[in-house]
Design a protein around this ligand. Structure first.
Ligand code: NDP
Ligand code: 8X3
Length: 252
């Protein structure tokens, strides 16, 4: 059955790979992000390579009014969203708490927690009305274990862990599945963003072991949507084989 999948943060990393995976499998995609040029490039790729139907929506998930406007303005034939993948997110900076940069903190909390909440707030009613849907939140190992200088990023992902559980409880009566996918180290643009464009520093994060790829996470996100109607995966933690916890890596 052809489903409608809405993926936030589809301009890079996991979100882009997830959009490709669902398009490859014949589904309709709503792709979102702030970088319009990348959204347009991805839309063309999905249309040309997979003959997919694609709607590209350019907005910032931190802006509640924009989120509401974009969801309410969906064309009728795009409103029956089957799967919402709350993927947009970021880490910014890696300072001890007493030296933290307030703007970095706001960006992480506003994107990772409030943005995910705004998306859920305006998409979930469409699912409730249909008594059907699946919300997949991208958490992190950082939402399971705190590590040095991870303070606020970890806090925002612990928040995603709690919000996912609360969402599942609130929506269980409406036949809506709610899943958290919590990856470990994956080589996307994540570390370049965290280190504010310092590619060299970002590269050192993934030196000496094989990190996850965006495609690995796309496989998992796709998999959780393929289970029978009565089966839901609540939570999945996925790490590279060479990673045992937030802090333990086997590096060459
Ligand atoms: P990328 O930096 O490659 O992708 C992040 C995506 O989020 C981009 O598409 C970006 O789009 C989007 N985004 C960021 N801020 C906003 C915003 N305010 N509004 C809309 N979209 C936004 O990183 P990843 O793919 O690695 O990250 C995806 C998710 O996975 C994040 O939630 C991250 O915390 C999580 N994660 C990452 C891990 C890793 O090691 N890579 C491990 C565990 C979890 P644009 O800039 O165009 O808006
Ligand atoms: C990203 C993984 O370990 O850098 O969420 O926090 S980590």
């Amino acid at each position: 059955m052809k489903k409608i999948i809405l993926v936030t943060g589809a301009t890079s990393g996991f979100g882009k790979a997830i959009a490709i995976k669902f398009a490859e499998n014949g589904h309709k995609l709503i792709i979102t992000g702030r970088r319009k040029d990348r959204l347009e490039d991805l839309k063309s790729k999905l249309e040309n390579e997979f003959n997919a139907e694609v709607l590209a929506l350019c907005f910032d998930v931190r802006d509640a009014a924009e989120v509401e406007r974009n969801i309410l303005a969906l064309p009728e034939n795009w409103k029956a969203i089957d799967v919402l993948v709350n993927n947009a997110g970021l880490a910014v900076g890696m300072s001890p708490v007493h030296e933290g940069v307030l703007d970095d903190w706001e960006r992480m909390i506003d994107t990772n927690m409030k943005g995910l909440l705004y998306m859920t707030r305006f998409v979930a009613p469409l699912m409730v009305a249909r008594m059907n849907g699946h919300i997949i939140n991208i958490g992190s190992v950082a939402g399971k274990e705190v590590y040095p200088n991870g303070n606020v990023y970890c806090g925002s992902k612990f928040g995603v862990d709690a919000i996912t559980k609360g969402t599942r409880i609130d929506l269980v009566q409406y036949n809506i599945k709610v899943t958290q996918v919590a990856p470990g180290a994956a080589n996307t643009e994540f570390s370049v963003v965290r280190f504010k464009g310092d590619q060299q520093r970002a590269d050192t994060v993934y030196k000496g072991f094989k990190p996850l790829s965006a495609g690995d996470i796309a496989e998992v996100v796709y998999y959780v949507t393929t289970l029978p109607e009565h089966v839901n995966i609540n939570d999945l933690v996925i790490m590279p084989t060479a990673q045992a916890s937030s802090m333990h890596f086997h590096k060459a």
